[in-house]
Design a protein around this ligand. Structure first.
Ligand code: ADP
Length: 871
């Protein structure tokens, strides 16, 4: 109610002045313009009318219809019983009167509304109540046409209504009408804004998750709430199977309007939406075939249908407004976008999962070299990725090509080999033959009708070839328990796994072959009588045989990776290199520079042994050093026999020299005629005996030399020596011998030559041997020349002749003991075949080297080196 002090005083219609009406109208007009609240508008309407007409009582009620009576909206000064009676007035009663009052809104000639007697209109009890209050007359006016209401004004007689009052009342109700319309528009706008906000919230919530099930559940719930419906269901569309399947529901079961959880295009309203791709609507039907009101909207994303959203309302009068429909369409768009996102995410997640499994598989494969374990790992991982847990790997038998099973998962080997799968021209053979993917939707439909024996749970298969280096090694096959369409993506995935498995298979096969080869090698090495150790390029042990272990009492065989020489040095036996430790770092010499080492070692353990130790670089065809091979050959026995021989020689020579010296002495005595005259014939015989004794003496000396050298008992007296005088000395001694056979014997030395370090007597012996040979094997008229030059740390000496030369095959043996190219010729010159053997030993004893080059018929050159004296 409007407080008294806030409203103008009521106007008595009999005395009102026109400007009074204006003041009242201005007041209510202002108030009406300020409000958007319907209740307040009614209040002002009622109050304004009462003030303008100065009536004691008034009532606002909703307009009655044929089916529903009017309702009291607001009353002033009206008793409850009276109010109810007025509201209950029939439409006819009010309409006839209102027809009259239409003039308020139509611009037609005015017909004044009229007061009517209450007793004529109301039941008697109500009329009596009114009469008690002094109210006998009723004036009824319509307030607003859109939201119809009636204004009943009640007054005592006489019926007063001045034209000014009527005009003012008309203006007031016009203002009320405008205010009403404004309020309604405002309410509609705010309600729409609220629904849009709700839609926005729903959209945000639907899009907040990437989990498909939550997207669907949230969407259907919001759809129902947004339009205030009863239940909702969301079905997803499968374009391959052409079927809708209910996937989420709110406030009711997950059933489509067909009553089932699935529908095809054309089934029910949802199916019709699939066909038409637009919103479809059904109004509620009552009676026996009662049907709820229903809206179904398509969920469209970039032109593709993803599903259908249905909301229903059991309420018989429920109508889904155009506004509801727009909201549902908008929500549908949101939902379709969210579904697409969730699917994209799920696909990405799936891809990620596939990659993870693939990575795990690779890791498992790398750490495994067992062929069958690898295949089982691959089968297990890929079959679970494809969601079947069943599969097999087939390989063709190498001999007869018959298909054999190599690994199975989820099925028995016998089942995997069932004839339907492995028969001629069957799916597996096709994969093996053509090297192509084979996918079979439903196996029983492709086999001969009688041959349908399949392993339990096997209905469908996808098989791809296992190809490595262009060769089909086998077939990787996955089964499914029901008919299944295999997508190209699945086939591709299987191929990726197959290529991994194929490479692993290839590696495993290679490894098996390698293992077999290594086993053969190990057996060979183990059964060898020599000690043998194989190292890598860094000298680390790869392989050794037990003989090597036994020779040094060191565990070579079980010390893979240990340094060969370090391990050798740990031998509990005393290990000495004959002729001193190897010069330089042996590993570097052999494995770094690729120079083979050969030496002898004495091993003193429980028994004493001499071993020939060869350490050889192992190279690949590219001359890259890939490792080393150490061979320990036991030459103890050889050494012993050799030593015996040397001892024997030395003993024999000594024993021979003494009698020979006295034979020679006595022959000389007889020749000199000291023991009587000697005839010419006797002299000739004695001279032969003398020469032969000389030759024998030379032989004995040579034998003694060689045996001493081999026994290692030769000692050198080191001094610094100028080469030129030594050469001159030897030439002087040999000059007569050369002259005898008309040879030119000369030296070609530079004016200064650096001194050498050596044993004077031994160097003279070397030069004498070489020059002696040159003189012996050069025909008369030839030339023999000695030349020398410093070369680095050495003096290089050459003895060249123009003699008979040495053939290439003979050259290879020239330094062997007792070797003579043409023994008769050589012996005729008093040779023993030991000269060059001794010479080489002497040169090497000095730390030098010696070599011969020769051209048969043209001459021979022997070249040797001697170390220069230091400083
Ligand atoms: P010998 O005592 O027989 O000379 P050597 O060991 O000195 O023994 O030489 C071995 C053989 O090598 C000789 O018998 C000879 O056939 C051959 N020979 C050595 N030097 C020469 C040379 N300068 N020219 C040709 N043949 C040679």
């Amino acid at each position: 109610m409007i407080p008294d002090d806030a409203r103008p005083a009521p106007i008595h219609p009999a005395f009102a002045a026109p400007n009074r009406y204006l003041a009242v109208l201005a007041h209510y007009g202002r108030e009406l313009a300020l409000t958007l609240d319907t209740g307040r508008i009614y209040e002002l309407a009622l109050d304004g009318a009462v003030t303008l007409l100065g009536v004691p009582a008034a009532l606002l009620c909703s307009r009655p219809t044929a089916t529903a009576p009017g309702r009291v909206l607001l009353a002033q000064g009206v008793d409850l019983v009276l109010g109810e009676a007025l509201a209950a007035l029939s439409p006819q009663t009010t309409r006839s009167h209102i027809t009259l009052t239409m003039i308020f809104n139509a611009e037609r000639p005015e017909i004044a509304p009229e007061w009517r007697a209450l007793t004529e209109l109301l039941p008697s009890d109500a009329a009596a109540v009114a009469a008690d209050q002094g109210l006998q007359l009723l004036l009824t006016l319509p307030v607003e046409q859109e939201q119809p209401a009636l204004l009943h004004l009640l007054a005592p007689p006489p019926p007063l209504l001045s034209p000014d009052a009527l005009a003012a009342l008309r203006l007031l109700l016009g203002q009320v009408s405008v205010a009403q319309r404004n309020a309604r528009l405002y309410l509609q706008a705010t309600a729409w804004a609220q629904r849009l906000t709700a839609l926005q919230t729903a959209g945000a919530e639907i899009g907040a998750t990437l989990h498909l099930a939550s997207v669907l559940a949230t969407a259907v719930q919001h759809a129902v709430e947004l339009v205030g419906a009863g239940t909702g269901v969301l079905a997803l569309w499968n374009p391959q199977g052409r079927v809708l399947t209910a996937a989420a529901a709110a406030y009711g079961p997950a059933l489509l309007d067909t009553g089932s959880s699935t529908a095809g295009p054309g089934d029910g309203l949802a199916g019709a939406v699939v066909r038409d791709r637009r919103l479809l609507l059904r109004t509620a039907a009552e009676g026996a075939a009662a049907l709820p009101a229903l809206v179904a909207v398509p969920l469209l994303w970039q032109g593709d249908l993803l599903g259908v959203l249905e909301v229903t309302d059991q309420h018989p009068t429920r109508l889904f407004s155009a506004e509801d429909q727009s909201l549902l369409m908008l929500l549908g768009q949101h939902t379709a976008g969210a579904i697409a996102n969730a699917r994209l995410y799920e696909r990405a997640q799936g891809r990620l999962h596939q990659l993870t499994v693939l990575q795990d598989t690779s890791r498992a494969i790398i750490s495994q070299l067992d062929y069958d374990t690898i295949l089982r790992t691959v089968l297990r991982n890929v079959s679970s990725l494809l969601g079947t847990q069943m599969g097999a790997v087939y390989v063709p038998d190498e001999r007869d090509g018959v298909i054999a099973g190599r690994a199975v998962v989820g099925v028995s080997m016998a089942g995997a080999l069932t004839p339907l799968l492995t028969r001629r021209d069957g799916p597996i053979e096709r994969v093996l033959q053509a090297g192509k993917t084979v996918a079979i939707y439903d196996l029983p439909t492709v086999g001969p009708p009688t041959d349908t024996a399949l392993p339990p749970d096997v209905r469908s298969l996808l098989a791809v070839p296992l190809i490595s280096q262009g060769r089909v090694l086998g077939a990787l096959c996955i089964y499914a328990p029901q008919p299944r369409h295999w997508s190209p993506v699945e086939a591709e995935l299987l191929l990726v796994f197959a290529s991994q498995a194929a490479h692993a298979m290839q590696n495993a096969l290679l490894f098996e072959r390698l293992r077999a080869e290594k086993a053969t090698l190990t057996t060979t090495i183990t059964s060898m009588s020599d000690g043998l150790v194989v190292t890598d390029a860094g000298g680390r042990i790869i392989l050794a045989n037990p003989v090597a272990d036994a020779l040094f009492a060191v565990p070579f065989t079980t010390s893979e990776g240990a340094n060969l020489l370090a391990l050798l040095a740990r031998s509990p036996y005393s290990v000495d290199y004959r002729g001193g430790d190897p010069t330089g770092d042996l590993l570097n010499v052999v494995l770094g520079q690729g120079l083979p080492y050969r030496g002898e070692i004495d091993v003193r353990g429980p028994t004493e042994r001499t071993l020939e130790f060869s350490f050889l670089p192992v190279t690949r065809s590219s001359y890259q050093i890939t490792g080393g091979l150490a061979v320990f050959h036991d030459i103890t026995e050889l050494r012993r026999v050799n030593d015996l021989k040397s001892d024997f020689l030395s003993m024999v020579s000594h024993e021979l020299r003494t009698p020979l010296t006295s034979i020679k002495g006595f022959v000389k005595l007889v020749l000199l005629g000291e023991v009587g005259p000697v005839t010419t014939a006797q002299r000739e015989c004695l001279e032969v005996a003398d020469r032969e004794a000389d030759r024998l003496s030379r032989l004995i000396n040579d034998l003694l030399d060689i045996s001493r050298i081999e026994a290692g008992t030769v000692t050198f007296t080191w001094e610094t020596l100028a080469p030129a005088p030594l050469v001159a000395e030897v030439l002087t001694v040999l000059q007569p011998q050369a002259a005898e056979v008309r040879l030119t014997l000369m030296a070609d030395l530079p004016p200064t030559l650096p001194p050498v370090r050596g044993d004077r007597q031994r160097i003279i012996q070397i030069l004498t041997n070489l020059l002696g040979n040159a003189i012996k094997f050069t025909p008369p008229g030839g030339a023999v020349q000695v030349s020398a030059a410093a070369d680095g740390a050495y003096l290089r000496v050459q003895v060249a002749d123009t003699g008979i030369g040495i053939s290439a095959p003979a050259l290879a043996h020239i330094f062997d003991r007792f070797y003579q190219v043409d023994s008769s010729h050589a012996r005729a010159h008093g040779g023993t075949g030991l000269g060059l053997a001794i010479t080489r030993q002497l040169v090497e004893g000095h730390g030098g080297t010696i070599q011969v080059t020769s051209t048969p018929g043209a001459g021979t050159t022997v070249e040797f080196t001697l170390p220069l004296a230091e400083g």
